[in-house]
Design a protein around this ligand. Structure first.
Ligand code: SF4
Ligand code: SF4
Length: 229
């Protein structure tokens, strides 16, 4: 089993209309250091695709009070990271400063609450500080990207989806199932995939990993995304 992404927290500071986060029944919390270290230990023996782990699930990872220590720890263990954020916390200079000292991939979801003024500040400061942080601006196409300053970043357009509820579910082709990828929730639960908000497709726990095999779960037959590798 390879860990595709880690949920540092399932708290969120946004209420995106297209996401069911506000209906989540799962207990909210922040991943503690012990669970994080254990997860990284597992990562080292079964690295994620391209040795790059996602640091998000159903929550805003930048809310984690020790986020800087977690990101630095991954970099010191030569594990690449990508972190998807709604961008609301980019208004804080200490968050921008912390990110700009790192060299992972920050994915800013432009329609989930990011203020272009703060995105522009980050882009400008990246150039000024010669930061190695990589920035990807992800958009549905609803945001006027001409307002974003020129600089070192990429833009990626995605199609809105229904978090696995409205598709044809060709799930036999999904990498979570056929490459045995999985996600670790903040409490150490290992869950089937990045759509598994409640941890319904639980396949294990980082404290007792053993030999784990991912399997299809409730949303697979209607999943329109089906993560193909
Ligand atoms: S920021 Fe992410 S987790 Fe939070 S409500 Fe929006 S899509 Fe859902
Ligand atoms: S819900 Fe979709 S992404 Fe998740 S394991 Fe099933 S097919 Fe793959």
């Amino acid at each position: 089993m390879n860990i595709y992404q880690i949920e540092l927290t399932n708290y969120c500071n946004s209420k995106c209309a297209w996401c069911d986060h506000s209906k989540m029944k799962r207990t909210k919390g922040f991943m503690d250091w012990r669970i994080f270290e254990r997860t990284v230990e597992l990562l080292k023996s079964a690295p994620p695709p391209d040795n790059t782990v996602g640091l998000h699930h159903f929550g805003e990872s930048l809310l984690h009070p020790d986020i800087n220590l977690y990101l630095e720890y991954l970099e010191s263990h030569n594990i690449n990271w990508r972190l998807s954020t709604n961008g609301r916390l980019l208004q804080k200079i200490e968050i921008r400063d912390m990110l700009l000292k790192l060299r992972g991939l920050l994915v800013i979801s432009m329609e989930n609450g990011a203020d272009i003024k703060n995105v522009n500040l980050l882009i400008q400061e990246k150039t000024q500080k010669k930061s190695q942080l990589r920035i990807l601006l992800q958009t549905f196409g609803d945001t006027d990207m001409k307002s974003v300053k020129p600089g070192e970043y990429e833009i990626f357009n995605i199609t809105k989806h229904s978090w696995g509820k409205n598709g044809v579910g060709e799930y036999q082709q999904c990498c979570f199932l056929n490459q045995n990828w999985a996600c670790v929730l903040w409490d150490g639960t290992i869950a089937s995939c990045c759509f598994d908000m409640e941890g319904e497709g639980k396949i294990g726990h980082v404290n007792k990993p053993g030999i784990l095999t991912n399997k299809s779960w409730r949303l697979c037959p209607t999943c329109e995304v089906v993560l193909r590798c």
